[in-house]
Each structure stands twice: as structure tokens, then as C-alpha cells.
Design a protein around this ligand. Structure first.
Ligand code: ZN
Length: 68
């Protein structure tokens, strides 16, 4: 017997965001390239980080949300 994976109801994994699943916050900042400084407050950082801490990351995302 073969597993019938395709007939199993999909509970959201891999599906497009819908009204029943609010989009995760924290997307905007993940598309940004690290630039060597905090994207929010411009504090110098190493080359792999985008924000100096979570508060800056959250604040940045919030601004993006409200300036659309
Ligand atoms: Zn910062």
C-alpha cells in the first residue's frame, strides 16, 4: 500500500497565506541585506547582522507596516 500524501488535507504548510492564517510579522527585515549597520538606528554592526537587537528589528518592521 502506498502512502496517500496528496489526498491528506493540507493544514497550511507550504500554502499561500490566507485569511485564516495571518502573515507572520518579521518578514520585511529578513529580505534586507546586512549592511554593516543597524537598519533602524544605524549603529555599526558586524557584517552578518541587520539590527543591533530585537527591539530595533521590531521597530523597523513596525515602521514598514505603517508607512505602506
Ligand atoms: Zn539598532
Amino acid at each position: 500500500m502506498e502512502p496517500t500524501q496528496e489526498s491528506v488535507p493540507d493544514d497550511g504548510a507550504g500554502a499561500a497565506p490566507s485569511a485564516t492564517a495571518p502573515p507572520a510579522p518579521a518578514r520585511t527585515r529578513q529580505t534586507l541585506p546586512p549592511k554593516g549597520a543597524c537598519w533602524y538606528c544605524d549603529k555599526p554592526l558586524d557584517n552578518v547582522r541587520r539590527f543591533c537587537d530585537k527591539e530595533c528589528a521590531d521597530a523597523f518592521d513596525e515602521e514598514k507596516e505603517y508607512t505602506r
